[in-house]
Write a protein that binds this ligand. Sequence first.
Ligand SMILES: NC(=O)c1ccc[n+]([C@@H]2O[C@H](COP(=O)([O-])OP(=O)(O)OC[C@H]3O[C@@H](n4cnc5c(N)ncnc54)[C@H](OP(=O)(O)O)[C@@H]3O)[C@@H](O)[C@H]2O)c1
Length: 361
Amino acid sequence: MDTFAFIIHPIDPKKDVSRKFPWLGRHLSTRQIDFFSTFFPPVYISEIDGITSESTGKQVKGWFVACPLTSRRMFELPEWMVYRKIIQTGKMAERLGAKILGLGAFTSVVGDAGMTIARSLKVPVTTGDAYTISIAVQSIREAARRMDIPLEKASAAVVGATGKIGRVCAELLSENVARLYLIGRKENLLRELRDHLSGAGSCELIVSTNLASLTHAQLILTVTSALDDIVEPEHLLPGSVVCDVARPRDVSAMIAATRNDILVIDGGMVDVPGPVDFHFNFGFPADKAYACMAETIALALEGRFEDYTLGRQITRARVDEITGIAEKHGFRLSGFRSFEREVTQEHIDAVRQNAQSRMRR
Ligand SMILES: NC(=O)c1ccc[n+]([C@@H]2O[C@H](COP(=O)([O-])OP(=O)(O)OC[C@H]3O[C@@H](n4cnc5c(N)ncnc54)[C@H](OP(=O)(O)O)[C@@H]3O)[C@@H](O)[C@H]2O)c1
């Protein structure tokens, strides 16, 4: 049977460590987990079975392996130390027999986005970012439809627009919406992106380094590598949609608590084909996965055992190709979730009503 492995790591340290080691998660503080994660070895998490291609009937088996470093630790440590730990985790995947390896969350963000890691391992590697882009953009389009926001007239924003995922999301969204705010921290890079995109269509492109620009956007896709929340309740227009692709999240939990007139959705959740069992609760319902996991699995189902999405320049062609492969095998954009809860049609209707009454006030 063809095989794959996927590297996960603690994003919300106490919660995520508790998923495998309840005692440690309960007794260590976040700061202690950050510190000890440097010295912890890679961890075998679980075997994944039941994945079956909808079109070919092929089955694949996989494994979750964990790099112990937290997101904060990956930021603080020298790059070579982070690479070393991810490569050690990749070698565990090789020993298990994986034929392709996916890099989850910050293991795909660090340094040159998988290139050094791929060069140091025998198993081919992918970051999963191409399918993450595809699903993020599909999510915001679908959320706009369900909130009755006409895409072609909409004002949208991408936060983290100069990042490797944000850049291609901005390119794809600029083909659908009337106005697009490109938001980030480096004005020169934002201007370069605006110039690169401006030949393509009629969308008005506006560069901003100020999150207050979000008050002009009905549709927001946020995908930064910030360690803490950056999108706060005061930034948002009543009735707007925020698709949060970042892990750790960009969107403050305060929005769920204080703004019942905003639809926040998690970006990147897909349905997996076949009676999948991950034998590990990573925070999603049983038959769903992150798009970056799905990219790795889809490549295994397709028999494409090669380095796939690596590096900081992701092309449209790669996004289109992996979308075709994933759809062929039965991966689909899943229903919406928000702060680990299902988003029902009743919730969406309530958000729209609350937005209307807030605008009337
Ligand atoms: N949901 C999924 O399935 C999935 C899959 C893959 C990745 N991800 C997540 O997606 C996120 C982005 O990944 P990436 O690979 O695109 O990262 P990246 O290439 O490093 O880009 C991140 C962008 O965020 C910006 N940024 C960082 N901190 C910021 C802050 N405090 N305020 C505003 N902008 C900030 C960076 O700008 P500067 O240039 O100014 O630093 C950069 O443009 C990460 O959180 C990652 O874990 C999610």
